[in-house]
Design a binder for this molecule. Sequence first.
Ligand SMILES: [Zn+2]
Length: 217
Amino acid sequence: MSKQLYLDFGQKSFGPMKCKSCGMLYTKGELEDEELHKKFHNKLIDGVQFSGWKNERVVGWFDEGRVVMVTPSDSKQHLKKVDEVLGLVHYDLGIEQDVKYGDLSKIFLFISSHKKVIGCVVADHIDKAYRAMTDPSSGLTCCSTEPYTSVKVGIRKLWVSKSCRRKGIATKLLDCVRSNFAFGTVIARNLIAFSDPTVEGREFAKSYTKDQLLIYQ
Ligand SMILES: [Zn+2]
């Protein structure tokens, strides 16, 4: 321990280093860089700061916080926050280029009691999806050729901040989507499709729908 301390004393590390938790490259010892990293790191791990809006469309209350629904025709202030969250979501899910949401999409934000956005869903209006099937010979997942047209909503993005995963946040978000996406009806669990889910997302989707996995593009 003391030897290590002695060796490190006064040493300066050069060149950028990569944070193991958030993946950001930054230069240690450069204040501006360290500050930028700290901000980004906290957002990604703990969620995006959110102080609340006067006219929020709250669609769910839970022990961990509330769920707010945003539509593309909402105020610029609201959409700016959605953009900030989605920028982070894209980075975290490794999405390089994608339309953030469509004209008929609805965005659901999970706001923690600590005033942070810790989860987000972008739900699309869709009318067809395809059943995911496992190819018996290769074991790979493929899709049915016949479209499934009873589908009611598509989940384009589903994200929960790193520190809040495995706490049921994603389930609560999807429950809010099912009861608020279409006016006056609650969409059944097996009528939700998912767009290009990650392996983790695929497992979650299967357990949530308790049935078939529907995929759309
Ligand atoms: Zn970091």
